[in-house]
Ligand binder design. Structure first.
Ligand SMILES: *[C@@H]1O[C@H](CO)[C@@H](O)[C@H](O)[C@H]1NC(C)=O
Length: 261
């Protein structure tokens, strides 16, 4: 796990990432109005079903605290089943749901998760929203929603009100978990399994007014494996579609052929 500082426009944000293979920074033209909801449309076409491999997630930072990310995403696990995770880092957080536990990624915070039956090639919305706020606390809920509108609550937690709303920038990452404990030398890392997913630019909202995001930075050269080194190419790629003013991407990892023996 490492701390990376990103310059998003003229906003400085601190995010915690662990060797994502593809990552996007998104900006929002409406600026720092303090969003109270963010939604990521995601459709996974191919994913390994051998336990913990990928984590496809969206992360946002709060206006009032650069170190307290809130994030949510999907981990494919086994055929027809994934784990949906909704978490926050930082101090002063509290679980407000039985699917949530204290601590997030080994640090302070709160983390919620639910095992979820899903289908490949179907669209889901990963959604984080503020549902309550008083002088000291604000409560956030995370949902996974089908295209038909059936939603499942992943969890609910409170964070300090001093964090205010969400920043205009968000961060999508496609992380390959087994590399967290692996060698930092890419030539010693196994070649990753193939995955393909399609994401649409996150939508942020404030008081039910929606604002689409635009990509400000896309990286496909992080978290390299031995195939990437051998073939001298990235083992990740992002293919852009721009339709009706909305950006979408097909993302792939692990497409390089195996290294000949
Ligand atoms: C504010 O909200 C928190 C968390 O829901 C609650 O514990 C606290 O009692 C509330 N404070 C007031 C003044 O209502």
């Amino acid at each position: 796990m490492k701390i990376v500082c990103l310059i998003i426009g003229f906003i400085l944000a601190t995010v915690v990432v662990s060797d994502p293979n593809i990552n996007f920074n998104w900006g929002n033209n409406a600026g720092n109005i303090g969003y109270d909801k963010v939604v990521l449309p995601i459709k996974v076409l191919v994913a390994p079903t051998i336990g913990r491999t990928y984590y496809y997630a969206l992360q946002c930072n709060f206006l009032g605290d650069d170190r307290s990310a809130i994030y949510m995403g999907i981990q494919p696990r086994e055929p027809g089943k994934n784990l949906v995770i909704f978490s926050t880092f930082g101090t002063g957080t509290d679980s407000e749901h039985s699917q949530c536990v204290r601590g997030a990624d080994g640090g302070s915070g709160t983390s919620c998760s639910v095992q979820y039956n899903w289908n490949l090639n179907e669209l889901y919305y990963v959604s984080m929203q503020r549902v309550y706020m008083n002088v000291t606390h604000q409560s956030w809920e995370g949902y996974i929603v089908t295209e038909q509108g059936q939603s499942v609550l992943v969890g609910r937690f409170s964070v300090p009100s001093t964090r205010r709303g969400l920043q205009a920038g968000s961060y999508f990452f496609d992380e390959y978990f087994p590399f967290n404990g692996a060698s930092k030398d890419p030539t010693k890392r196994k070649c990753i399994e193939y995955t393909k997913l399609s994401i649409t630019a996150p939508l942020a909202s404030f008081n039910n007014q929606w604002y689409p995001s635009t990509p400000t930075k896309i990286r496909v050269d992080t978290g390299k494996d031995s195939c990437a080194v051998y073939w001298n190419q990235n083992n990740a790629r992002a293919t852009e579609t721009f339709l009706n003013g909305i950006y979408s991407y097909d993302l792939e990892n692990g497409f390089l052929p195996p290294i000949p023996k």
